[in-house]
Structure formats: structure tokens, C-alpha cells
Design a protein around this ligand. Structure first.
Ligand SMILES: [Zn+2]
Length: 165
């Protein structure tokens, strides 16, 4: 990553990059910040598409925090020499009761749940992805003191969205 815009810091403060400074990000690879094999694959696919076609793409995604559903969009546009500009915009915010499952600091046992990196759906079965509150209710996890760890993937819906780019 070669530069960050001035409004980057305000988003980072409220999001998952909390605690990172500009100096800790510029100069590093973007892949240090994108977790999950499928998620990386889809970003690589999009980056390549934007580079080869020389055209921008924009798509919506979620960047939730425990107490907020953050609806965002990301525009990818080509710059010189294979560089890309990534511009994220917040479309709207929906505040909610904090979901402990999404709190990175919460204690975890060994079992895993998969969360979609793009829409923040939780996988209940291979083809069924639901909002985190629905997953917690159906799995009976509100009563549990130890929550599963989250691993990142891409849901079937987001996977089909990518094919439209
Ligand atoms: Zn998804």
C-alpha cells in the first residue's frame, strides 16, 4: 500500500483496523489485511479485472463492528503501472445491541463459525447464510459464555455477485 487518504483514520478508529497507525500500514502488502482464502481469491480476481479492463468497479459490502451494521461500498479504479485506488464509502449505519460474537477481544473455545467477509452473513449450512443475530438465536449461542471463533469465507450470494463484474 502506497498511500492512505486523510479520512482513512476516522474509519479505522471505528472499525477493525483500530489501533493501527498510518505508518504501520503504508509500505505493507494489502494481503496482510485481508483474511480468508476465498476472500483473497475474490479480491485478486477483482483487482485483475480492473487492471486488465482499465475500468472501475464498485460493489457494496459490510464492515460491521459489534454494535453497528456498517453498509459500505468500495470502488476500485485503475491507476498507472498496475496500481489501484480503493475508495470506501459508508452508505449507512444501523446501530444494534452489541454482538459479542463479533468482538475480537472475547474469549473463545476451539470451534469455528464461518462469516462472509463481504456481507457478514454467518454460515449455518453449506448453502444457508444468515445475519449474525439469526445465527446466534438458531445456534442457541446467546446463553453461552464462550463463543466460537470466526473464520472468514465468502457466501454463495456474494460469490454469485462477483460473477456479474
Ligand atoms: Zn456474503
Amino acid at each position: 500500500m502506497i498511500a492512505l487518504s486523510d479520512d482513512w483514520a476516522s474509519l479505522a478508529k471505528s472499525g477493525s483496523a483500530s489501533g493501527l497507525t498510518r505508518d504501520e500500514i503504508v509500505g505493507r502488502s494489502i494481503w496482510d489485511f485481508i483474511s480468508g482464502k476465498e476472500t483473497r481469491y475474490l479480491y485478486e480476481f477483482l483487482f485483475e479485472k480492473v487492471r486488465t479492463r482499465g475500468q472501475a468497479v464498485e460493489f457494496s459490502f459490510r464492515c460491521d463492528s459489534p454494535n453497528c451494521r456498517r453498509f459500505m461500498s468500495l470502488a476500485l479504479s485503475p491507476l498507472d503501472q498496475g496500481s489501484l485506488r480503493l475508495a470506501g464509502r459508508t452508505l449507512r449505519l444501523e446501530y444494534r445491541t452489541a454482538v459479542q460474537l463479533l468482538d475480537r477481544a472475547a474469549a473463545r473455545p476451539k470451534n469455528f463459525l464461518t462469516i462472509c467477509s463481504w456481507c457478514k452473513g454467518i454460515r449455518l449450512s453449506p448453502n444457508r447464510w444468515v445475519e449474525v443475530e439469526v445465527a446466534l438465536r438458531e445456534l442457541g449461542l446467546f446463553q453461552e459464555s464462550l463463543l466460537p471463533s470466526l473464520t472468514h469465507g465468502i457466501c454463495t450470494h456474494c460469490e454469485s455477485r462477483i460473477e456479474t463484474f
